[in-house]
Design a protein around this ligand. Structure first.
Ligand SMILES: *[C@@H]1O[C@H](CO)[C@@H](O)[C@H](O)[C@H]1NC(C)=O
Ligand SMILES: *[C@@H]1O[C@H](CO)[C@@H](O)[C@H](O)[C@H]1NC(C)=O
Ligand SMILES: *[C@@H]1O[C@H](CO)[C@@H](O)[C@H](O)[C@H]1NC(C)=O
Ligand SMILES: *[C@@H]1O[C@H](CO)[C@@H](O)[C@H](O)[C@H]1NC(C)=O
Length: 403
């Protein structure tokens, strides 16, 4: 995944997590209080699955045709349109999150997004141009968050425009903290030619580092955590094209079973990690969201849900079995007669495709996935985003809230 110069923009990314809890009696919140009880802000940590402009701000804008469906221009997102985090913000009645690194035109009143495409949980030992992974790993995102929090509180006191651009101090404890990261930690091992056993062997260490970040946010006052697990990476052309597996290791939908098993292994460990964190951080509500199952369900029942049957074939690309070429990813250009033309183009109708560019999902798929996870059916504890917001933000005193 050597991404140099222009290719740097084509970095991949992602992740999320979750867990199950027994919900004890929760102080209920009258419906009329709904507005007062909802999350006033979101702070997001992650990779390209939830990057709304972080990597673009520092390393160059994502190329066209990213953004064509909704923003009608590249918008820092690796998709034709909106991401799950956009639908989540919208659902909570909040504006789309500004990337923390975007210094122009950002409004952080209702939160900030620290995710960057290509981010891992563990810092990598190679630079972005060597490995393609973002240097803004989760530990760095935590530093940015702490700095953002401290400075916001200080600078907002100056009043004027600062009051209109930064979150209120109390928002830091009332906010929803969302995480979608880990995919790149898995792929990084394969990039270093490790075997599946070797990749699995370092996952506990990755999750230890993840735990440290959750603990730190808790220490800063964060109480409500919404953690996506990792998706089925074996269904992504990015893996299928680069690390072909035998027919026996391929499922009925074209996904590589060994890679999906690694995702499941990661998710199993993530759940255990979260179970432990809940014990350790009694005032936190930590929700594990099983995005893996939702994504795999979509890929394996594409037609049933109105999508094209070749579910693992990308919409945007330069041809090939999966319409994916790692050396000419979505938006790749070529000079023809002195003119730059896009050779890795969008398909005609992204709204019927699940996979956008061989790594990321289309807006249509992201919206479908969001609708599945919003109602709590795939969450542990099984509470919907809306009622989570009521329960968590309304409870006032969290000390009586146990799982
Ligand atoms: C997480 O682990 C706990 C304890 O082992 C288990 O009861 C629960 O069902 C698991 N949740 C998920 C979503 O796998
Ligand atoms: C980076 O190198 C150090 C020292 O060799 C090693 O302990 C660590 O696991 C490496 N990190 C990754 C992500 O490979
Ligand atoms: C930023 O957004 C908030 C609400 O989301 C709004 O009240 C505020 O006026 C905006 N700031 C500016 C400078 O437009
Ligand atoms: C919650 O309870 C703790 C200890 O019981 C108390 O110190 C704190 O002030 C309470 N917070 C609220 C918001 O009621």
């Amino acid at each position: 995944m050597e991404l140099v110069g222009e290719k740097v923009r084509q970095v991949m990314s992602w992740v999320v997590i979750s867990t199950v809890l027994t919900v004890a009696i929760v102080p209920s919140c009258p419906v009329t209080e709904a507005k007062k009880c909802s999350f006033p802000a979101i702070f997001n940590f992650g990779d390209s699955n939830s990057d709304t402009g972080g990597l673009s701000a520092a390393f160059g804008q994502v190329p066209t045709p990213n953004g064509i469906t909704f923003f009608h221009t590249p918008a820092g997102r690796y998709s034709d349109g909106r991401l799950i985090i956009d639908f989540l913000a919208q659902n909570l009645g909040l504006p789309y999150l500004s990337a923390y690194l975007e210094s122009v035109g950002s409004n952080f009143s209702n939160g900030a997004n620290f995710a960057t495409a290509g981010s891992t949980i563990r810092p990598q030992n190679k630079t972005l141009s060597q490995s393609g992974y973002s240097p803004i790993s989760l530990d760095v995102q935590l530093v940015e968050y702490s700095d953002f929090k401290a400075k916001s509180i200080l600078i907002r006191k100056k009043g004027g425009v600062f009051k209109k651009l930064l979150p209120k101090e109390e928002y830091f404890s009332k906010a929803l903290y969302t995480f979608d990261i880990g995919h790149n930690d898995i792929t990084a091992g394969y990039n270093l030619d490790m075997t599946t056993e070797q990749v699995k062997a370092y996952i506990p260490n990755v999750l230890d580092q993840f735990s440290n970040v959750i603990r730190s946010v808790y220490k800063e006052g964060g109480r409500s955590f919404w953690i996506h697990n990792v998706g089925p990476i074996g269904c992504l052309a990015y893996m299928l094209d680069r690390y072909p597996v035998s027919a026996a290791e391929t499922d009925n939908f074209g996904c590589a079973k060994p890679f999906n098993e690694v995702s499941q292994y990661f998710n199993h460990n993530l759940n255990e990690t979260i179970v432990q964190l809940r014990e350790e951080l009694p005032k936190a509500t930590i929700i594990y969201v099983d995005v893996y199952t939702v994504k795999y369900n979509l890929i394996s029942n594409a037609q049933k849900y109105g999508f094209d049957e070749n579910s693992v074939v990308a919409c945007c690309g330069d041809g090939g079995k999966y319409n994916f070429n790692n050396h000419a990813r979505c938006g790749a250009t070529k000079i023809v007669n002195g003119e730059k033309i896009v050779i890795a183009k969008s398909c005609k109708d992204p709204s019927v495709k699940i996979i956008w560019d061989g790594i990321h999902f289309t807006e249509a798929a992201n919206e479908w996935i969001f609708e599945q996870i919003a109602n709590g059916e795939f969450s542990d504890p099984p509470i919907s985003l809306k009622s989570t917001s009521l329960k968590i933000a309304c409870r006032g005193n969290v000390s009586s809230y146990h799982y």
